[in-house]
Design a protein around this ligand. Structure first.
Ligand code: HEC
Length: 125
């Protein structure tokens, strides 16, 4: 199974939103598996930042999230749109890229992306 959205930026933050809503309380903000609910479970929550995770194909990650296992819920009936599912996968795969650059990156030359206009606002003091 190929990822039809490989390399596509999650401009609308669909992946991030779904992750925050459905995954973060177990997998944690950075994917380490130490979310708020993690210690209430019998099964160790998978760490999504390690090599074993990285070495899988997108297809097998998709399958795991779709079907679930043990206390990992299956999202077949929760994340209904295939595109949404791929966006979450693209999002969680970003945990593997360290260190993360956050926020506005002036060096970025991704010119396809519409940018907000930054109005210069001089400090008054
Ligand atoms: C209720 C807690 C819980 C929630 C919510 C949850 N997970 Fe999990 N997840 C787990 C547990 C526990 C495992 C380990 C399952 C096992 O090993 O049998 C796991 C395993 C996984 C794996 C397999 C990792 C590997 O090493 O192969 C992936 C991928 C994953 N989760 C992604 C997600 C995504 C994406 C979401 C949200 C859409 C999510 N999980 C929501 C608890 C959770």
């Amino acid at each position: 199974m190929k990822n039809p959205y490989a390399g596509i930026e999650d401009e609308d933050r669909i992946g991030r939103t779904i992750y925050s809503k459905h995954c973060k309380f177990c997998h944690a903000t950075k994917g380490k598996g130490d979310g708020n609910q993690a210690n209430l479970l019998q099964t160790k929550v998978a760490d999504l930042t390690i090599d074993e995770f990285k070495n899988q194909t997108d297809g097998s990650i998709y399958y795991k999230v779709y079907t679930g296992r043990n206390e990992m819920p299956g999202f077949e009936k929760i994340i209904m749109e295939e595109e949404d599912m791929w966006m979450v996968l693209n999002y969680i795969k970003k945990f593997l890229r360290a260190p993360q650059t956050r926020g506005f990156n002036p060096q970025s030359n991704n010119s396809n992306r519409p940018r907000a206009t930054y109005i210069s606002c001089p400090w008054s003091i």
